[in-house]
Structures are given as structure tokens and as C-alpha cells.
Design a protein around this ligand. Structure first.
Ligand code: TRP
Ligand code: ZN
Length: 521
């Protein structure tokens, strides 16, 4: 197969090599009695974000012991990064944006360090041999910097709120609050110990392990032991109404809703959260078993939080998903479906490079189409056809090549909607049984790890037992609106939609457009 996809793979591979070479100036010096070591690379070689992540080691666990002071917005603490060297390292990079580093120790001995933009370069006393486990302890602090959503002035990252903090961003967030190998390729376990003044409460990923009061402050211990990409780590500080329970299948749920959210809005949020068990059942039936050992939600009262994020086991949601543009309360169930679907696609199966973002957003959007069907509104094929019909050929929507959208369009509507269209087109091409075998096969075979578009295509072709170039080239790698035949699969023309069906199905697209006009999810 000599598709566009395979030439892109070679390009990406070339980028990796270049990054490795750039990241290793003056490589292979002899040190410490002749052991050869090289500096770890300054990036993992992501074509979209060359500086993200680092080379030469693999993090097993982050222990983040931090105190946050709402009066000053300062975060101060100690990060312990437990890792294994994958090459002999004379020095290694971590990513850290802003903040001040007071000291660094490697395996209990003081190490030297320098800062260069987002790179924190650590030189241990002695090189770390390949295969060796080591611990970097950094004492650091300061006021974390925020980020903005590309192309907007929407704030993301470590955000101070009137009553605490919200931590959510993609792809940039982790490096603004702890030293990190900041790329989804290096998943790790997380332990959080977050100390806040009395009156503040903390929610994070995973399980609450306990609280400890000391003086006028409380330390909240949270543990997320299942491998997690760094952008999915969250701590959220505020005053929460917590509700806990279990789904019918016994999965523990921990929901935290800002206590300041009351009235009709609160009732609407609670009613969506009460449906999580039902959503998880639908998604489990579709994608295979839920990948983590807990679930839940974090809904903050922050007025300028314009998105939701699939933070692992416990997504963060803007309350605005339950309000329309006039400020009327509306049903926010679709965003719950979307973020819970990301637990399979995005979190458990993470990206290996940011270019492949459609693998996250296309699946999460497809889950919304499954939900439309579950709710009796429209089948995925109907939503597909209605969206196709609603978007004229000259709409800029169709010019986005979602298999390689570029950094600025990483979260364009097309990545979401055309991503879901790609999956429905695949379903039409291979038939239901093969389609679900592919989807479940993808979730199961990449569970706990990472995947690329090329690997997804290869898996689909293996399961289908034939080449599927045409469907993937058309939907992922070719700009422009595909011809009507691409919407019907191989079986001829798609059945025309009746007017009521078309209206129900296009209501979904309107909803998505409104949501994306205000932020992202
Ligand atoms: N991935 C998020 C979602 O689908 C949306 C998103 C894109 C986002 N960029 C972001 C969220 C930046 C927070 C910050 O739910
Ligand atoms: Zn999403």
C-alpha cells in the first residue's frame, strides 16, 4: 500500500530522528570512568510540538506534594519523579513552564540544573545507566502561568478561580504546575498530596485516600494508579458538594459539583450526572469494558470556563454546557457522553502524536451519535447524512484535513464532526459486525497505551481482511466535501431522510456548533 498515510509516517519518523539529533549535542562523551552516556533529548519528536516531552527515560510515577495559597495564587511544593533510564543519561530534560526551581536531587544527591524556556535540564552527579531506576526530587514554587486555547483568548491550564483552582488544558497544562515528561507517550501513575487552607476542598483523578488536618490547613491525598497521560492530571480546589455511589456494575462514582451552583441549573447538572451509569452501560456495550476503576465528574462554578476535558476517571465540565446562549437551563447529557467516551479513546488509548487528534475527538463525537440513537432521536447514519447535508461544499469545514489538521486547527469542529463521519463511513463500508470488531479491537489492543492513525487503519484492514484506503483517504486525508456516494457506503445511494428525521439529526450539529462557538469539548 502506497497511500498518503504511509508517506506521512516516514515524514514523522524523520522528525523523530531530527529531534533526537538536535536534542543530543555533544553526544557520547566518556564520563565516570569510561561509561558512555548521552544527554536525554529535549522532545519526544512530536511533529506538532517538538519541545513536548523528553527523551531517554520513562516515568513510572509522579508524587506531587504541593500547597496552594488562594490569597497569593502561589503553588509551592515538591515533585518526585520516579523513572527508568532508557539510555545512559549524562543529563535529562523535564518540561516546566514558569515557576521557580529551588533545588533538585537525583537519588538523594544534589544535582545541577538549568532552565531554557520550557526545558528544565537536570545533570546528576553521575550518569544514569541505561535500565536504571532513579528518582528526581524537585523543590519548586510560584504562581502557575495559564495558557489560551489556540486562536482564542479562552484561558486554560492552571486557573485560579474566585473560590480556588481549576486545572484543565490540552495539550498544554501539566508543565505549568509540575516538572513533567509532558507528552501522552509517557504515561505514569500519580499521587497527589494537596494542602489548602481550611475551608477549601480538593478533588483530583482516581481515589481519595484521606485527609489530614494540621494547623489551619488540610492535606488531601488522591491516588490515580492507572497509567495516565500528563494532560489528564487534574486537581480542583473549591467548595464541593460531593456525591458518591456505585453503578449497577459496582464501579465507584465520585462526583463533585461546586456548592455555589444551585436552583434549576444545579438540578439539570445533577440529572445529567445521574445518567452516568446509563451512559457507561451504553459505552461499555459499544466499546468494551470501562478501562478504569473509578469514574465521576467535576463541575466548577467558574464563569469563564468554556470547555470540558476528559481528565482521567473524572472529567472537568463547564457549567455552561447546561445553559444556552440566553442563559436558559438546557440538557447537558451529550457532553457527559462525550467525556466518558474519551475514557476509552483519548485516555486509556492515548495519542502517540498530537496530529492524530481525530482518534480522540472523532470517537467521542461518534459516541454522541450513539447517544442520539439511544435517546430515540436519530441513528448515527441519520446524523451523518444530516450533517453532510447541512454543510455546503464551500463551508471551510470541508477544507480541514483531519488526519493532519495542523496545530491551529487541532480542535476545529471538523476534527470532531468529520472524525465521527469517518467512523460512520467505515461502518457503512465494512458492515456492523466488522465495524464493532474493529472498534473493540482497537480499544482492547491499545488499552493502557498509545496508538496512531496508521495503526488504526492497519487494524481495521486486518479485521476487515481487505484494504480500506479509499474510505480513510477520502475522510481523513483529502480536503473537500466527499461525493454523496461516500455517505452511503458501498451499497448504493443513501436513503433520503424524512423532514422530521433531518430536523432531529441536524439539531445535533447545531448543538455542537453552539458549544464550539463558546469553547471546546
Ligand atoms: N478534548 C476536550 C474535549 O473534547 C476539548 C478541548 C480541546 C479542551 N482543547 C482544550 C479542553 C483545551 C480544555 C482545554 O472534551
Ligand atoms: Zn473531546
Amino acid at each position: 500500500m502506497m497511500s498518503k498515510a504511509s508517506s506521512r509516517t516516514r515524514f514523522a519518523a524523520a522528525v523523530v530522528v531530527v529531534a533526537a539529533v538536535i536534542g543530543a549535542p555533544g553526544a557520547a562523551q566518556a564520563q565516570g570512568g569510561g561509561a558512555r552516556c548521552t544527554p536525554g533529548a529535549a522532545g519526544v519528536g512530536d511533529g506538532y510540538y517538538p519541545g513536548y516531552g523528553n527523551g531517554g527515560y520513562d516515568v513510572r510515577e509522579y508524587d506531587l506534594d504541593v500547597a496552594y495559597d488562594p490569597a497569593t495564587d502561589r503553588l509551592d511544593g515538591e515533585a518526585t519523579v520516579s523513572a527508568k533510564a532508557t539510555q545512559s543519561l549524562c543529563s535529562l530534560h523535564l518540561d516546566l513552564v514558569g515557576l521557580e526551581v529551588q533545588s533538585i536531587e537525583v537519588d538523594g544527591r544534589p544535582a545541577t540544573f538549568t532552565r531554557d524556556g520550557q526545558e528544565l535540564v537536570v545533570t546528576p552527579r553521575k550518569p544514569l545507566n541505561k535500565g536504571r531506576r532513579f528518582e528526581v526530587v524537585a523543590r519548586y514554587g510560584g504562581v502557575p502561568s495559564e495558557f489560551v486555547l489556540p486562536g482564542t483568548d479562552i484561558r486554560t491550564g492552571f486557573m485560579a478561580t474566585p473560590d480556588g483552582v481549576t486545572v484543565a488544558g490540552q495539550p498544554e497544562v501539566a508543565a505549568s504546575w509540575f516538572p513533567v515528561n509532558d507528552h501522552p507517550l509517557d504515561k505514569a501513575a500519580y499521587d497527589f498530596e494537596v494542602t489548602v487552607p481550611d475551608g477549601y476542598e480538593v478533588v483530583a483523578n482516581g481515589f481519595l485516600r484521606g485527609t489530614r488536618r494540621d494547623g489551619g490547613a488540610t492535606t488531601w491525598r488522591w491516588a490515580a494508579r492507572e497509567p495516565m497521560a500528563s494532560y489528564l492530571a487534574t486537581i480542583d480546589i473549591g467548595q464541593w458538594d460531593v456525591s458518591t455511589g456505585r453503578t449497577a456494575r459496582g464501579l465507584p462514582i465520585y462526583d463533585a459539583v461546586d456548592s455555589a451552583i444551585t436552583g434549576d441549573l444545579r438540578a439539570a447538572i445533577d440529572s445529567s450526572l445521574a445518567r452516568q451509569s446509563e451512559v457507561l452501560d451504553l459505552l461499555t456495550a459499544s466499546f468494551g469494558r470501562y478501562p478504569f476503576s473509578t469514574a465521576g465528574a467535576i463541575v466548577d462554578n467558574q464563569d469563564d470556563l468554556f470547555f470540558a476535558l476528559e481528565t482521567q476517571t473524572r472529567p472537568v465540565y463547564s457549567k455552561l454546557f447546561w445553559l444556552d446562549n440566553q442563559g436558559n437551563v438546557r440538557n447537558g447529557d451529550p457532553v457527559i457522553v462525550h467525556e466518558l467516551a474519551h475514557q476509552w479513546f483519548g485516555d486509556d488509548v492515548a495519542l502517540a502524536r498530537w496530529q492524530d487528534i481525530w482518534l480522540n475527538e472523532g470517537f467521542a463525537t461518534y459516541a454522541e451519535w450513539l447517544w442520539e440513537d439511544h435517546e430515540g432521536r436519530a441513528t448515527p447514519q441519520e446524523t451523518f447524512q444530516a450533517s453532510y447535508h447541512e454543510l455546503p461544499a464551500d463551508d471551510p469545514f470541508w477544507s480541514v484535513v483531519i488526519g493532519d489538521p495542523g496545530v491551529d486547527l487541532l480542535f476545529d469542529n471538523a476534527v470532531y464532526t468529520r472524525g465521527a463521519m469517518t467512523l460512520q463511513a467505515l461502518r457503512n463500508e465494512v458492515g456492523d459486525d466488522t465495524f464493532w470488531a474493529i472498534v473493540r479491537g482497537w480499544a482492547a489492543s491499545k488499552s493502557g497505551g498509545n496508538g496512531t492513525t496508521e495503526q488504526f487503519i492497519a487494524l481495521a484492514e486486518r479485521i476487515a481482511g481487505r484494504q480500506l484506503d479509499q474510505v480513510f483517504d477520502t475522510w481523513l486525508f483529502t480536503a473537500g466535501k466527499p461525493t454523496p456516494s461516500a455517505v452511503s457506503g458501498s451499497g448504493g445511494a443513501a436513503a433520503p431522510l424524512t423532514q422530521p428525521t433531518r430536523e432531529r439529526a441536524s439539531a445535533w450539529l447545531d448543538g455542537l456548533r453552539t458549544r464550539l462557538a463558546h469553547g471546546r469539548y
